[in-house]
Design a protein around this ligand. Structure first.
Ligand code: NAD
Length: 468
């Protein structure tokens, strides 16, 4: 009986999703979403809807993650993303003329961006508003219909996202569906024209194999272990401040947070001393009482992090409080490279510090792991900078900075290898949700005979022509 109830609920979800996707396909085929006027109007509606809900968005992410106001406000960065799309859309949509070879004369060739159709956006819980709305900006700008599934783990924000979409857009154009794994799986049974997924690598594989059944292209914005190298040639205070900030914002639950430090042995004691002072400066004597330090999203994630802590020796922090899902900013020394701490993405406020004698050791360690989403190098040494850029691969890099590359809309954001497939932000978002159609057009007034049979004598002429 219970089984029957579960099955009938699952089939009701599936039917609902099929219905949404089918209506969106019909709406897309009507051509309504294609004009620049329509796209601009929808971007403006989205902008207003986000601004109208600023307080609700901030409250929701605070309820989900206890983000400080300052960090909760990062979610509103989508407004800049929308403004950039509104400003540049006409240029992005413009077909690009390209040259043609002489044997094609008279011909005109163009690359014409066209929308993909009905796209699916699945989001994570760590920046739970912007990581579904930001790709949605690209989907709208490129002229698509979209179904958005926010993360159920950030349940308050999921509600705000769904409410915003439901009250701003017609569901045949843009719809939201809330729910957990069952809903995600039901959504993935459906055929879409593109799937944009942000989340962990393990689920990314599930998404990609579901997409493969329909040969649906995917963008996978995944995670990984982003290393942070610290050379001796640095401004120590500034370097450490940037590292500590990037690591411990959102209590370390940031996809591009420095995952672990690789520190030149000669400077390690000074680095640890500076981290101690910086943590005190940023979060006071006891970060548990700081209004500026977040909490872990769920009991499950809390338990995972407490377990990961066993991979090293806590020389700073280490305090935990299960009732509050609090984990202090923690620095770990004597790290076991084979432990889960160094095998999994940490995604929490634990910072392993590993020393190296020669930079090659650091490079070897990085290369022994899957390609990360970000890599950070702190060094003034331009030769070392070039060496790291050339000998390692990662989704993005900051030199003498952490995390901030995500805020440069002109830099496409995404992973490489196991940290992801595809890119977005700014024009890259428009590209992700567009197909660049190659169009060749010819008039009738001239039809060069070189390609038609009988071929006799023509091959020689063509060979001569091609040699020129
Ligand atoms: P997750 O992979 O657990 O979940 C992401 C989404 O997948 C959620 O909406 C969830 O409902 C859905 N999902 C979960 N299990 C599923 C299943 N079996 N089948 C289908 N869908 C399923 O990720 P998360 O825990 O929400 O986020 C953390 C991860 O996301 C980290 O690895 C982090 O690095 C990564 N991340 C990447 C970026 C980026 O831009 N590259 C940004 C934020 C987070």
């Amino acid at each position: 009986m219970v089984q029957f109830a579960v099955n009938s609920e699952a089939s009701a979800i599936q039917t609902k999703i099929e219905d949404i996707a089918q209506r969106q396909r019909v709406y897309f085929r009507s051509g309504a979403t294609r004009s620049i006027e329509f796209r601009l109007e929808q971007l403006k509606r989205l902008r207003q809807a986000v601004l109208d809900r600023e307080a609700a968005i901030m409250q929701a992410v605070q309820a989900d993650l206890r983000k400080p106001d300052f960090e909760a406000f990062f979610e509103m960065g989508v407004v800049q993303e929308i403004d950039a799309a509104i400003k540049n859309l006409r240029r992005w949509m413009k077909p690009k003329s390209v040259g043609t070879p002489p044997e094609q004369f008279p011909a005109k060739a163009q690359i014409v961006p066209e929308p993909l159709g009905v796209v699916l956006i699945i989001g994570p819980w760590n920046y739970p508003f912007q990581l579904v709305i930001s790709p949605l900006v690209g989907a709208i700008a490129a002229g698509n219909c979209a179904l958005v599934k926010p993360s159920e783990v950030a349940s308050h924000t999921s509600r705000v996202v769904a409410d915003l979409i439901e009250t701003t857009f017609d569901p045949q154009y843009i719809a939201a569906i809330e729910g957990g794994v069952d809903v995600s799986q039901a959504v993935l049974n459906e055929k879409f024209d593109h799937i944009f997924f942000t989340g962990g690598t393990a689920i990314g594989k599930i998404v990609m194999s579901a997409a493969a059944k329909h040969l649906t292209p995917v963008t996978l914005e995944l995670g990984g272990k982003s290393p942070c190298i610290v050379d001796t040639d640095i401004d120590l205070q500034t370097a450490v401040k940037r590292i500590v900030w990037g690591k411990f914002i959102n209590a370390g639950q940031t996809c591009i947070a420095p995952d672990y430090l690789l520190v030149d042995r000669r400077i390690k004691p000074q680095v640890i001393e500076a981290i101690t002072a910086t943590l005190r400066e940023l979060y006071g004597e006891d970060p548990a009482n700081s209004p500026d330090y977040g909490r872990i999203i769920s009991d499950r994630h809390y338990e995972r992090l407490v377990h990961l802590m066993q991979g090293g020796q806590a020389i700073l922090g280490g305090q935990t409080n299960r009732d509050d899902r609090y984990i202090a900013p923690t620095v770990l020394d004597s790290v076991n490279l084979d432990s889960p701490l160094m095998q999994e993405e940490i995604f929490g406020p634990l910072l392993p510090v590993i020393e190296y004698g020669d930079i090659q050791e650091a490079i070897d360690l990085i290369l022994s792991k899957p390609k990360p989403l970000a890599l950070y190098l702190f060094s003034r040494n331009s030769q070392l900078q070039q060496r790291i850029l050339q000998e390692t691969s990662s989704g993005g890099v900051c030199l003498n900075e952490t995390v901030m590359h995500v805020g440069v809309a002109q830099l496409p954001f995404g992973g490489v290898g196991e940290s992801g497939i595809g890119k977005y932000h700014g024009k890259a978002s428009f590209d992700t949700f567009s197909h660049y159609k190659s169009v060749l057009a010819k008039p009738f007034w001239l039809d060069l005979p070189w390609r038609y049979a009988p071929y006799e004598g023509k091959l020689e002429q063509i060979k001569k022509l091609l040699k020129k």
